[in-house]
Design a protein around this ligand. Structure first.
Ligand SMILES: NC(=O)c1ccc[n+]([C@@H]2O[C@H](COP(=O)([O-])OP(=O)(O)OC[C@H]3O[C@@H](n4cnc5c(N)ncnc54)[C@H](OP(=O)(O)O)[C@@H]3O)[C@@H](O)[C@H]2O)c1
Length: 334
């Protein structure tokens, strides 16, 4: 496993992180806590030290499960969580409506984006309690909003850092302009953005910005939520309550297109004796500016496989060959 620095924070984290969204169950058709805890332990034993969660992932449930799993091994973990999506108060900007299982326009729960200083500080206390710890290594603003100036948000984050409650500050789903503003008011160490073979907008914006400004880039959903593993065949069915049951990206037509692309990438995987999931993750972490890949996993087997991608290094020829294939297919897949 390779480890890379998070900006100037002094923190080093494994290039493969374990994303704990699915572990919360919400939007993923439920989850089993015992499996989740075994998955976290297997990930740590395989060299992953970065775990990314958020209060939103199961309305605190993902954080609680992560907290239980790491209680006796906290010092081995770079613990990343988020703030700024709230459901206990109507404040800030309405982001979506949901129920306890999934986002739905008729859902009884209203989720707001709110990055007001007092709310962030309140959220951090809730996260610390659920995570059973006295400090969060990386706190990221989950989504950006327009009702609180970034100067005020960053002011609160810097105070939390000075108090030792957080070790490094990150943002997510942000533009380079928003990152510039964070940087004007404090120290920004991490940016977390959607990035995979199928989602490459960051190449024109956040990736070069992070590279130039020594900000760690956490790629989220690098397996395109499982599509890039080759295990989402046209006949696979996702249960209600799993976002993939509803998403146009998981249409049979898209699955076939992705499988065609993966078939062309298979020889590179074979040459390294790795799986397609490992190839997709290793491709992501090899991209210029992309320092870490946050990969979700539901089982010990998956997390061990994903951690294995941390060892893979491609030659320049292989990178060029994969680039041509991904360029040709990736942009056609919605
Ligand atoms: N900041 C944000 O707004 C944001 C948004 C999204 C995600 N994230 C973060 O990024 C993390 C990763 O993203 P993600 O969970 O959306 O998607 P992902 O990592 O692309 O895909 C994860 C899913 O793929 C399947 N999978 C994983 N490893 C596999 C393997 N080796 N073989 C076969 N299937 C495998 C699992 O689902 P099945 O087994 O059910 O198929 C798993 O839940 C999240 O957990 C979260 O921490 C952040």
């Amino acid at each position: 496993m390779q480890y890379r620095k998070l900006g100037n924070s002094g923190i080093e984290a494994s290039v493969i992180g374990l994303g704990a969204w699915a572990i919360g169950g919400w939007m993923w058709g439920g989850s089993d806590d015992k499996d989740a805890i075994r998955t976290i332990h297997a990930g740590l034993d395989a060299g992953i030290n970065l775990i990314d969660t958020a209060p939103m992932y199961g309305y605190g449930h993902s954080e609680e499960v992560v907290g239980r799993a790491i209680a006796d091994r906290r010092e081995r973990v770079v613990l990343a969580t988020k703030c700024g999506l709230i459901w206990d108060e109507e404040r800030g900007e309405l982001r979506f409506r949901a129920d306890e299982k999934i986002i739905t326009s008729q859902g009884p729960i209203k989720v707001y984006k709110c990055l007001a200083p007092d709310k962030i500080k309140w959220e951090v206390e809730q996260s610390l309690r659920r995570l059973k710890t006295d400090h969060i290594d990386v706190l990221q603003t989950h989504r950006q909003e327009s009702t609180t100036p970034i100067a005020e948000t960053m002011g609160a984050l810097m105070e939390l850092k000075e108090e030792g409650k957080i070790g490094a500050i990150g943002c997510s789903n942000a533009t380079p302009q928003q990152m510039e503003e964070y940087m004007a008011w404090g120290e920004l160490s991490v940016d977390q953005e959607l990035y995979s073979m199928l989602d490459r907008n960051a190449e024109e914006s956040n990736l070069p910005f992070c590279r130039e400004n020594n900000i760690a880039f956490f790629a989220y959903s690098p397996l395109a939520q499982g599509l890039l593993t080759g295990k989402v065949q046209p006949d696979r069915e996702f249960p209600e309550g799993d976002q993939r049951h509803y998403k146009p990206r998981f249409s049979v037509e898209n699955r076939k297109q992705v499988l065609d692309m993966l078939a062309e990438l298979q020889p590179v995987a074979d040459a390294h004796q790795i799986s397609l999931a490992q190839l997709a993750i290793a491709w992501t972490k090899a991209r210029p500016g992309c320092s870490h890949a946050l990969v979700g996993a539901r089982s010990e087997e998956q997390v061990r496989e994903n951690a294995g991608a941390g060892e893979v290094m491609f030659s320049d020829d292989e990178i060029a060959m994969m680039q041509e294939i991904v360029d040709r297919h990736g942009h056609r897949i919605d």
